[in-house]
Design a protein around this ligand. Structure first.
Ligand SMILES: O=C1O[C@H](COP(=O)(O)O)[C@@H](O)[C@H](O)[C@H]1O
Length: 252
């Protein structure tokens, strides 16, 4: 079932598996469109349950039909731990997705895991500035912030997206591209994250949300016009598509 309002579409599916099937088609279609239009596809990954829900992209027909050589991968947020640590979003994505498709290693932009949270955020932002200077990453004409083709977001039961949490100041950052947090309420505490100005400069955002434990946050973010959840602030320049299973949508 689909409903549309402005640039926001909400898709509801019976099961998580149907969400995964639809997400693979949506992502593959966007890959084809952006590669045709601009020669590359910049994709921002979250951690958490998203990577498992991307599983059908690594299988036929997409594994063979998507032009992986044109993909560039970035992280919406990352835990400041070694890249081979069980808490690393890079490791999660590598094990569940990146190791199964042929994206060039030079197109995979992981954080520098040898730095402190402050320095890792500065470093990630500087590397983005370099990509902008080399015309690999465009800036939004409307906002002046980097503009990614597709961001794939998850949401926590507290309504957080990326590492932008309720009751933390990072969600209000308006100047930085990448910021850091040392006291994330969800472990591990040290993280870096894109800021809302970057998130909302995207061409396309998919909010991929499944499971009953998230139903209250979905109801607030989607059903309450005065919601104060970080997830309610997701509002891209382009299109926003919510992918929900029946459990996540049960309180709408
Ligand atoms: O800690 C994080 O949590 C969010 C949500 O994860 P989920 O398992 O509830 O989908 C995730 O999007 C973020 O990237 C991650 O660092």
């Amino acid at each position: 079932m689909a409903s549309e309002k402005g640039n926001k579409t909400t898709l509801k599916f019976d099961t998580e598996d149907e969400v995964a099937v639809a997400l693979a088609k949506y992502t593959a279609d966007l890959s084809e469109r952006f590669i045709k239009e601009k020669g590359s596809f910049t994709v921002v990954l979250s951690g958490g349950s998203l990577i498992e829900t991307m599983r059908y992209l690594t299988q036929p027909p997409y594994a063979g039909s998507v032009d992986w050589s044109k993909w560039c991968i970035f992280w919406l947020d990352e835990r400041v731990v070694p890249l081979d640590h069980p808490d690393s979003n890079y490791k999660l994505a590598w094990d569940g997705f990146l190791s199964k498709v042929s994206i060039p290693q030079s197109n995979i932009y992981a954080i520098n895991d040898k730095k402190s949270p402050e320095d890792a955020a500065d470093d990630y932002e500087e590397r983005h500035q370099d990509l902008v200077a080399r015309k690999i990453l465009p800036l939004s004409e409307a906002t002046g912030f980097p503009k990614f083709d597709l961001m794939l977001l998850g949401m926590g039961p507290d309504g957080h997206v990326a590492s932008l949490f309720p009751n933390r100041t990072q969600r209000f950052e308006k100047k930085r591209w990448v910021t850091f947090i040392k006291d994330s309420p969800k472990p591990p505490p040290p993280r870096i994250t894109y800021t809302f100005p970057v998130i909302n400069s995207s061409s396309e955002i998919a909010m991929v949300v499944t499971g009953a434990e998230i139903a209250n946050a979905v109801k607030d973010a989607l059903g309450n016009p005065n919601s104060e959840l970080p997830a309610a602030e997701v509002s891209p320049e382009g299109l926003l598509t919510w992918f929900l299973d029946k459990d996540a949508a049960s309180k709408l």
